[in-house]
Ligand binder design. Structure first.
Ligand SMILES: NC(=O)c1ccc[n+]([C@@H]2O[C@H](COP(=O)([O-])OP(=O)(O)OC[C@H]3O[C@@H](n4cnc5c(N)ncnc54)[C@H](OP(=O)(O)O)[C@@H]3O)[C@@H](O)[C@H]2O)c1
Length: 279
């Protein structure tokens, strides 16, 4: 069954849903005829020649009937409206903060995987930790790992608490680097640098130079080496650390993680229109 299953993405036109649909096609993970997307608006998210071969439906249960693997890519607060019965299907939920037990209860499937992808799926660079319910078979787990690798890296984890924490750490995708970039940019503009130069300089630091982290250097080695020069970089780093950089980052992660852990009851609240989510 899991050599060439049909895959349905509920919410297949959203940021994550369409990024994953595109990755599945670009990597030839499945043929376009084996991909079904759903949404409420009926707007097709894909362009190009393969678009017509990918089925789009507004009927979520019809998608379930056609597919062996169902990916849930709606927002947590939209989940209650999805109303599917997906018994004996592999259900992969991308929803932040919705526990495995909730997904099982609302889909009728015991074969549920919770995964925390992020917006970098759009460029094939999501890191996607995932957690499987007991009833998920080994071939299904191997399949899920391969599927997540079409849009980045992935690891199986074994604790729902860890997945909630990783929602805060990695589900946020580009958010924390974007905040750092904004601070650097505001400062550079504040000292009078031309805007185009300031933007290129900040991108070079946040996007390009940060790629030295990982291959060849551990974070600690890199920082120690830079601090040991006792020059310009050391002065910058030491002032930032003394000013509470670490404390601020940790408080931010604590706050995001506690929201991720508390989101579960969301899907029970029929009259809740809006609420916290990863984006
Ligand atoms: N984006 C991220 O960076 C990110 C990171 C980590 C986790 N996540 C999780 O991924 C999930 C999707 O996030 P997103 O940012 O991709 O959301 P999004 O861009 O708002 O997409 C949601 C999609 O769901 C569709 N939809 C809503 N209600 C539906 C229904 N009843 N039936 C079928 N389709 C429906 C929407 O299309 P219509 O309006 O046409 O129905 C849209 O295509 C969320 O649960 C979020 O927690 C996202």
């Amino acid at each position: 069954m899991f050599d060439a299953p049909t895959i349905g993405i509920i919410g297949g036109s959203g940021w994550l849903g369409r990024s994953i649909a595109q990755a599945l096609l670009d990597k030839a993970f499945i043929p376009p005829e084996a991909l079904v997307l759903s949404n409420r608006s009926g707007r097709h998210p894909l362009t190009g020649v393969r678009r017509s071969q990918v089925t789009l439906t507004c009927d979520n249960q019809a998608l379930v009937e056609r597919c062996e693997v169902i990916i849930l890519a709606v927002r947590p607060e939209q989940f209650a409206e999805v109303e599917i019965f997906a018994e004996n299907r592999l259900v992969i939920s991308l929803m932040a903060g919705v526990p495995l037990a909730e997904v099982m209860a609302l889909t009728g499937s015991r074969q549920v995987i919770r995964a925390m992808a992020n917006a970098a799926a759009q460029i094939g660079k999501s890191y996607t930790p995932w957690l499987a319910a007991q009833a998920v078979s080994d071939p299904q787990k191997a399949f899920a790992q391969r599927l997540f690798e079409t849009f980045g890296g992935a690891d199986q984890i074994f604790s729902e608490g860890h997945l909630n924490y990783l929602t805060a750490l990695v589900g946020t995708g580009p958010a924390y680097p974007a905040l750092l970039a904004r601070s650097l940019l505001e400062h550079a503009l504040g000292v009078g640098l031309p805007a185009a130069i300031a933007r290129r300089a900040v991108n070079a630091v946040v996007v390009d130079a940060s790629q030295l982290i990982g291959p060849g250097y551990s974070v600690d080695e890199l920082l120690q080496t830079l601090i040991s020069y006792r020059g310009v970089t050391a002065a910058g780093l030491e002032a930032m650390i003394a000013g509470g950089f670490d404390k601020t980052i940790k408080a931010g992660l604590d706050s995001a993680a506690s929201v991720a852990s508390a989101m579960g009851p969301f899907v029970h609240s029929a009259d809740t229109q809006e609420g916290p989510m990863t984006r």
